[in-house]
Design a protein around this ligand. Structure first.
Ligand SMILES: *Cc1c(COP(=O)(O)O)cnc(C)c1O
Length: 394
């Protein structure tokens, strides 16, 4: 229904898009906890099963609460369609297996979310789908990695934790010249700050677990794009099974309603914190796309509305000094999760990137002094005071 009025602004779409009211006229979106649906007659059942008649059959296929979440997220991403999944990883798996087969090849960024790298290297490789990892800031490397069997470019921007920017438009041009699909994991920016489909991407992937929920409650994921591509993802999901639960969809619908307010406020907090850290005598370097010192600040400005809520910085020192900052936090949560209203801090070299060899870590720029903060909604002065306690000891 919202598709007929596509000029609503994001604030409006976030609270209104996709809502379907039942016969009871409820104002808030209903939670339909039902695994299957009944049909008025044998003939109607046959028509639903054959697809001749639209409607719900079984919750592994569709559920009205999940559909409402899908339509709302699609509206925010400017996508024709969206298919929700049980988690972000399920979304990546579904997007790849829906469009690739044995013998196909992926070119991917070498600074993807850790589990995505494992999925490509250890699980998809077993199906005969191979991946070449290249620097996501070097479009020439992507072009050079293309083979006749390359079917997909897969990237995240900004990257985790160093916030390096991939040029979505340029990579899409390189891919499309060879008939290759481009999938962008838009978890860090969300559609509020960046809409990859507008810049030429074919598919947008989400871990809804992060900013879309935003309050650390549920797992979820989604694949957005044109119907001709999402239809294949839907066919995979209804058969393979990693669909989003109705309860999680209902939580995520409510998360989307405040997405813009949260992401903008968290990003504004992050910008202030990054500026403060950059001027701090105990900080060697700050990585934040919103800072003019970021090597790709100009590119970031062309594809993101602001710098986002993730800030990384190197303390003057190594692991001991970085851990000192972490261990002196009383407010910041020591956890690798991100996108939450509560600010989190993590030491990538010993956690998210701990299983990579020290050499590979160094090559990727993940130093022992590096810390990553996913900024939440607390007062920025309180966040500064919490970090200052540990920084002052260095
Ligand atoms: C967390 C995350 C994922 C995986 O999402 P889950 O919901 O945990 O499965 C994928 N990509 C990025 C960038 C993430 O941060």
């Amino acid at each position: 229904m919202m598709a007929e009025v596509p000029d609503y602004r994001p604030e409006t779409l976030a609270v209104r898009a996709g809502q379907q009211r039942s016969q009871f006229g409820e104002h808030s979106e209903a939670l339909y906890l039902t695994s299957s649906f009944v049909f008025p007659s044998a003939a109607a059942a046959a028509k639903r099963f054959s697809g001749e008649e639209e409607g719900n059959v079984y919750a592994r296929f569709t559920n009205p609460t999940v559909t409402m979440f899908e339509e709302r997220l699609a509206a925010l991403e400017g996508a024709e369609d969206c298919v929700a999944t049980a988690s972000g990883m399920a979304a990546i798996m579904a997007a790849v297996l829906a469009h690739l087969k044995q013998g196909d090849h992926i070119v991917a960024s070498n600074s993807l979310f850790g589990a995505t790298v494992q999925l490509f290297n250890n699980i998809l490789s077993r199906t005969g789908i191979t991946t070449t990892f290249v620097s996501h800031t070097d479009p020439a490397a992507w072009a050079a990695a293309i083979r006749p069997e390359t079917k997909l470019f897969f990237l995240e921007t900004p990257s985790n934790p160093l916030t390096e920017i991939a040029d979505i438009r340029q990579l899409a041009d390189i891919a499309h010249a060879k008939g290759i699909l481009v999938a962008v994991d838009n978890c860090f920016c969300t559609p509020i700050l960046q809409r990859p489909l507008d810049m030429g991407a074919d598919l947008v992937i989400h871990s809804a677990t992060k900013f879309l929920d935003g309050q650390g409650r549920v797992l979820g994921g989604a694949v957005c794009g044109p119907k001709k591509l999402t239809e294949e993802v839907f066919k995979y999901l209804r058969t393979a099974g990693p669909t989003l639960s109705a309860f999680n969809a209902w939580v995520l619908l409510k998360g989307l309603e405040t997405l813009k307010l949260r992401v903008e406020a968290q990003s504004a907090n992050a910008a202030q914190l990054a500026t403060w850290l950059e001027a701090h005598p105990k900080v060697a370097r700050v990585f934040y796309p919103g800072l003019p010192s970021h090597p790709q600040h100009e590119l970031a400005k062309t594809q993101q509305k602001s710098g986002g809520a993730i800030v990384a910085f190197e303390v003057k020192g190594a692991r001991e000094q970085a851990w000192q900052v972490v261990d002196n936090c009383r407010l910041l949560s020591i956890t690798a999760n991100l996108g939450d209203t509560k600010t989190t801090i993590t030491h990538p070299a010993s956690t998210t990137h701990g299983r990579i060899s020290p050499e590979a870590r160094a090559a990727a720029g993940i130093s022992e002094g590096l810390l990553r903060i996913a900024v939440g909604l607390e007062a920025v002065e309180d966040l500064k005071a919490d970090l200052e306690r540990g920084l002052s000891l260095i």
